[in-house]
Ligand binder design. Structure first.
Ligand SMILES: [Zn+2]
Length: 101
């Protein structure tokens, strides 16, 4: 199926200042498991409910847009834009980064 955009989310990182814990092997489908989990390094919340809901909102939006407007996408399977949700150092949603391809 052709797509016009892709949401790229993956890996988990601790947003506490100076901690630096990250696990890039975590898939988005596993995120709900990490909501409220303490960081193994510093004990801060690894993934807030707000951050998870924020990411889900963009996944749903992209799924919707691809469903209805995917026909405008490219034939080679690449997409026009990549969306990456952003978070501040408290793990709170901080908009999105959109990269036009
Ligand atoms: Zn940490």
């Amino acid at each position: 199926m052709k797509k016009i955009m892709e949401v790229q989310i993956g890996g988990i990182k601790c947003d506490a200042v100076g901690c630096g814990f990250r696990d890039d092997g975590v898939k988005f489908s596993e995120y709900s498991h990490y909501v409220g989990m303490p960081c193994p390094n510093c004990g801060a919340n690894l993934l807030t409910q707000e951050a998870h809901d924020h990411a889900m909102k963009y996944i749903k939006m992209a799924t919707f847009l691809n469903k209805w407007f995917g026909w405008m996408g490219r034939d080679d399977g690449t997409y026009d834009a990549v969306i990456t949700p952003q978070y501040d150092n408290k793990g709170m949603p901080d908009g999105v980064k959109v990269k036009k391809l």
